[in-house]
Write a protein that binds this ligand. Structure first.
Ligand SMILES: Nc1ncnc2c1ncn2[C@@H]1O[C@H](COP(=O)(O)OP(=O)(O)O)[C@@H](O)[C@H]1O
Ligand SMILES: O=C(O)C1=C[C@@H](OP(=O)(O)O)[C@@H](O)[C@H](O)C1
Ligand SMILES: [Mg+2]
Length: 168
């Protein structure tokens, strides 16, 4: 099976859903953020603070290309879709699943979060702008799932049945 790439805005549940999906499908799971943190030896917040977002985006691009493209679930960072090159790579090499979530629910889920630099630095109105700017890129996915009022297990079940019944 081709790689499964989970995309979506911060808080959509990519990391959480991906872990469970990997268990159910018995596939290894790699989270690009966790992978970068391990390779660089710094948290995402420290990379942003010390090296800047541009350097983080370069790490993200490099990592995406060197990860396996078969028999794997890859959970991406919310900004992976910013770079056209990344969108094309994921689309050509795997099955891209966009986890959609309404903004009010994203804010609710991330209310106590202190690990995401963009969330810490920006007001809600700026996050809304970022969300709207990225929506058309997220929508280019092969599959879209609205996660707003759904549990992780329910979302995983939907993904598994869509994968079974589709041409993927
Ligand atoms: N379907 C869901 N319903 C409610 N809370 C969720 C759901 N999916 C994820 N969460 C919670 O939202 C937060 C962000 O999830 P995470 O998997 O880190 O998102 P992402 O990787 O997309 O940024 C976590 O606290 C997680 O437990
Ligand atoms: O949306 C973004 O630009 C980012 C999302 C984060 O990942 P999650 O989507 O897993 O929160 C992480 O990659 C970084 O903080 C930047
Ligand atoms: Mg994540």
């Amino acid at each position: 099976m081709k790689a499964i790439y989970l995309t979506g805005f911060m808080g959509a549940g990519k990391t959480t859903v991906g872990k469970r999906l990997g268990e159910v499908l018995q596939l290894p799971v790699i989270d690009t953020d966790a992978y970068i943190e391990q390779q660089v030896g710094k948290t995402i917040a420290d990379i942003f603070a010390e090296e800047g977002e541009g350097v983080f985006r370069a790490y993200e691009r490099e990592v995406l290309k060197k990860l396996p493209t078969e028999h794997i679930v890859i959970t991406t960072g919310g900004g992976i879709v910013i770079q056209e090159e990344n969108r094309r790579f994921m689309s050509n090499h795997g099955i891209v699943i966009y986890l959609h979530c309404e903004l009010h629910e994203l804010f609710r889920r991330l209310a106590d979060d202190a690990t995401r630099p963009l969330l810490m630095e920006n007001k809600q109105s700026q996050m809304k702008q970022l969300f709207e700017q990225r929506l058309p890129w997220y929508r280019q996915a092969h599959i879209t799932i609205d996660t707003t009022n759904r549990t992780v297990d329910d979302i995983v079940e939907t993904i598994v049945s869509l994968l079974k019944s589709s041409r993927f």
